[in-house]
Design a protein around this ligand. Structure first.
Ligand code: NAD
Length: 490
């Protein structure tokens, strides 16, 4: 099996690096591909950065209406190839076909929003700011941009950045996760069909070595990272120390609060979708469910709904939940469940011994519920990133808010209630970048920034929407004087 190629300067090229790692189907353990993975991938980054710099020098001066034309074509190609892309996502990442399709829909929507660049890049002008002096601000491209993506959304996450970077006049290097590089391979087959200068969008494979090369490369101006908090913090500190503009989205531990007046059936259905969708491997997965003023009916309903989820190979019809990404991940999640028990929690629903016929080699864990793990323990602070709900019971909404606001992460917090004033209080006081009211996954649409607070985000400007247009441009303020005495009489 040949190693996957990079796409640099408009051509498919072999990596300088001869070492590889396997890309595995998490449901079947089949080797799908080999991806370059080793120290010399750093040299691939150098080639890509030089090509991207040349492309940027041409592209920045192309009028914005012309720059967005390839995005219309890209949207069309993504739609035409949607079925195949969804299959690839499911095969390498494990999620169900419906989830893969949802991810592609979100990717396409970001392309659509980025075509608004001709309006979004307009700026400010103030005439006669002092006698005979005008002042205005223009937005210019920042240069070579890089995107470093995690495994859990092989398509969508690059689209939080790519279409905006291009519409704003920049070039880009994408480094997909080494665990799921095949979706980007297919997307680059589509990018290859666009009318773009060679080197404008590049694909380079690898892991830590290619990331470090991005962080240190003098020709790379911005970095958009999404992944775990530990790596996000590292990317932010090393990237900014090297003078780059960095946005780094990290991990999460998302609480969902159920007030006593919430509709039981609807709430438990939405919450189980949130906890177990994508096998819990979403940065916006609800992972801590807090019932307020304990209502045993919601507990029963959550249990029944979690138990009813059909687990299996995501390509098959009727499957609600696929496997987790790797054997290491499965082992880590099982160890964390054990840790919860050790800390004093009880296992209400145990998914550690799944029986998935014909897929014994897959990394399956079925829905699990851990009840009453201590709020001052370690597990309650740890991102499990698997199909595990931690179920807590508290007396008041104030207790729940105090617990949420003491947490280190701040990606999302949700509340389920029938009361407008309780919802309003929660929205105002919850310290999280994305808030859901009777919503289980408060994922911002492409028009809005994908927010995130505390240890879930390092930087100032988030991905998507207006933030993306700001991140991918730098402002220039011009102060201009044309003295009357110089004017010619015609
Ligand atoms: P990860 O941090 O392990 O990897 C992300 C990227 O960083 C990959 O491309 C990987 O090759 C690279 N990388 C890994 N270790 C590195 C290191 N030591 N030095 C430099 N680069 C390194 O994350 P993952 O496991 O792929 O993804 C899951 C994580 O991503 C979860 O924590 C999840 O919450 C988070 N996530 C966050 C968001 C968000 O919007 N906040 C969205 C999706 C995923």
């Amino acid at each position: 099996m040949l190693a996957l190629k990079n796409y640099i300067n408009g051509k498919w090229v072999e990596s300088v690096c001869s070492e590889t790692t396997d890309v595995l189907n998490p449901a079947t353990a089949e080797v799908l591909a080999k991806v370059p993975f080793g120290p010399s991938t750093a040299r691939d980054i150098d080639d890509a950065a030089l090509a991207a710099h040349e492309a940027y020098l041409q592209w920045k001066d192309v009028p914005v209406l012309k720059r967005i034309q390839p995005l219309f074509k890209l949207k069309q190609l993504l739609e035409e190839n949607r079925e195949e892309l969804a299959r690839i996502i499911t095969m390498e990442c494990g999620k169900t076909l419906a989830e893969s399709n949802g991810e592609l829909q979100r990717s396409i929507e970001n392309v659509e929003v980025a075509t608004g660049a001709p309006m979004q890049l307009q700026s400010e002008f103030l005439e006669n700011i002092a006698n005979g002096i005008d002042e205005y601000m223009i937005r210019q491209a920042v240069g070579v941009t890089a995107c470093i993506a995690p495994f859990n959304f092989p398509a969508m996450i690059s689209f939080w950045f790519l279409p905006y970077a291009i519409a704003c006049g920049n070039s880009m290097i994408i480094k997909p996760s080494e665990k799921v590089p095949l979706t980007m391979m297919k997307i680059f087959e589509l990018i290859d069909q666009l009318d773009l200068p060679p080197g404008l969008i590049n694909l380079v494979h690898g892991g830590k070595h290619s990331v470090d090369a991005i962080l240190d490369h003098p020709k790379i101006n911005t970095i958009s990272f999404v992944g775990s908090t530990q790596v996000a913090r590292y990317i932010y500190s090393r990237g900014t120390a090297n003078g780059k503009r960095v946005q780094a989205q990290g991990g999460a531990k998302n609480p969902v609060v159920v007030l006593p007046d919430a509709d039981i059936e609807m709430t438990s259905q939405i919450i189980t979708d949130s906890v177990y969708g994508c096998a819990g491997q979403r940065c916006l997965a609800a992972s801590v469910v807090i019932t307020v003023d304990n209502n045993s009916k919601i507990k029963e309903s959550l249990y029944e709904s979690a138990k009813a989820r059909a687990v299996g190979y995501g390509l098959h019809k009727g499957v609600d939940m696929g496997p987790v990404i790797s054997k290491e991940s499965k082992h880590r999640i099982e160890t964390l469940i054990e840790k919860g028990v050790h800390e004093g929690g009880s296992v209400l629903l145990d998914g550690r011994k799944p029986n998935i016929k014909d897929y014994e080699q897959g990394n399956f864990i079925t829905p699990t519920i851990l009840e009453d793990i201590p709020v001052h323990g370690e597990l309650i602070k740890t991102e499990i990133f698997g199909p595990v709900m931690s179920l807590l019971h508290m007396k008041t909404v104030e207790d729940a808010l105090a617990f949420i606001n003491a947490g280190t992460y701040g990606n999302m917090a949700c509340v389920f209630t029938n009361s407008g004033s309780s919802a309003r209080k929660f929205r105002n006081e919850a310290m999280a970048g994305n808030v859901g009211i009777n919503i289980g996954i408060a994922a911002p649409m492409a028009q809005f920034p994908f927010s995130g607070w505390k240890e879930s985000f390092f930087g100032d400007l988030h991905g998507q929407g207006k933030h993306a247009f700001e991140f991918f441009t730098q402002t220039k303020v011009v102060v201009e004087r044309w003295p009357k005495e110089w004017s010619r009489k015609f």
